[in-house]
Write a protein of this length. Structure first.
Length: 172
């Protein structure tokens, strides 16, 4: 998304991200991450390549972070508003919609139906997720390493002690 919190990628790394693949011996490619069809094409290329047994490929989907990096970030301190406005015009959903409409593949009715379907799906997903039981708090420490690791074991013990400190406070 071109930014490492408040520093541009150009200041954070000597080469574009996709070029790092060369150091590992496989191809890297940068694609316009706001072009849905280009992203689909390059992803299919990488998948076909892998299925042929030719190994991995690194895809850098070059895009732009429209909002803040975190809730405490203020991008107006390090980015110009005209930059954001220019990238708003490259919105991938709007670009794909315009393409589909201009090619007569979709009309307003299609998008209205799609919007209603996506709202219903979102509502159903939210309901299911909210009904799910809370996960085991210690599950985060599982499957980090295939054979376990002393540091993870230590972190698990520290977390257990932290959790126990709340139980002690409740019993007072």
């Amino acid at each position: 998304n071109q930014w490492a919190i408040s520093e541009s990628n150009e200041k954070q790394t000597r080469v574009p991200l996709y070029q790092r693949a060369q150091g590992f011996g496989f191809p890297g490619v940068r694609v316009d991450g706001n072009d849905v069809l280009a992203s689909l094409a390059v992803t299919r290329w990488a998948l076909d390549r892998a299925r042929r047994g030719e190994g991995p490929a690194l895809i850098e989907a070059y895009t732009y972070r429209m909002g803040a990096h975190t809730t405490s970030d203020d991008p107006s301190r390090y980015r110009h508003d005209d930059e954001r406005v220019a990238w708003e015009a490259k919105d991938p959903i709007l670009r794909l919609r315009r393409f589909l409409e201009s090619a007569n593949h979709a009309d307003e009715g299609f998008f209205a139906e799609l919007e209603a379907e996506s709202e219903a799906l979102g509502k159903r997903v939210r309901e299911v997720v909210r009904a799910m039981p809370d996960p085991d708090r210690f599950a985060i420490f599982e499957n980090v390493y295939a054979d376990g690791h002393a540091l993870v074991d230590e972190e698990r013990a520290q977390f257990a002690a932290y959790q126990a400190s709340f139980a002690d406070a409740e019993g007072v």
